[in-house]
Ligand binder design. Sequence first.
Ligand code: MN
Length: 269
Amino acid sequence: MNILISNDDGYQAPGIVALYEAIKALPGVRVEVVAPEHNNSAKSNALTLHSPLYVHTAHNGFRYVNGTPADCVHIALTGLLGYRPDLVVSGINNGANMGDDTIYSGTVGAAMEGYLFGIPAIAFSQTEKGWAHLDSAAQKAAQLVTQLMPSLPDAAQRGQPWLLNVNIPNRPLADIKGFKVARLGRRHAAEQVIAQVNPRGDTMYWIGSAGAAKDDAEGTDFHAAAQGYATITPLQVDLTDHERLPYWAPTAAHLSAPGEAAPSTGAAA
Ligand code: MN
């Protein structure tokens, strides 16, 4: 069983070290780490197309890349590893990736890159920043990986990978109630941008904090995590608003009707 580990907080982050140690200890598992050199949180699925990527190996054997989380998994799968892993795991992230966070998350982006290559993938995050009870989160992650391992070769071979987003409360192991499957909630829009003046008089801007939970109803990741559960949300990649396909059809039809299709040039009128 070959498992590739990446993250978005960088190869030196405590979360990826804890995840590596916990998964490496599982029987019959070979683990490799390919992770960003620096913090790449909120880089989503970004790929670096206009500058070269370099890979270095740290003293502990982790390989690090001057790129994004998706870059790391991409180059690992397309040449660096030289084999196809059975599972891609990402994290453990320093802070929650619930609701809308998943759109921006580099932790999810790294896992999604594996998924897009047809490999089952899991993104792990702790719900609070600061690494409190990180060992508990790593144990829960290893529990889930152990449970899923028997099904991995089949999922990969049949081309039916899955993508799981997992958020683990920062609690002692005994106080985490268990795993609960949950849908994504929603956040309010982010806080206002923060403007500051630098020593040379230029105005600079800091992106504000993520918004508070707006939809944290029962059944959401926000709700289950607040109750003390580790949440599992199966993700899909299709962003199509299927329900509204019929709503937009008349607009397309109207624009395609005779006399409506060609944009006016002025001269023709
Ligand atoms: Mn992060």
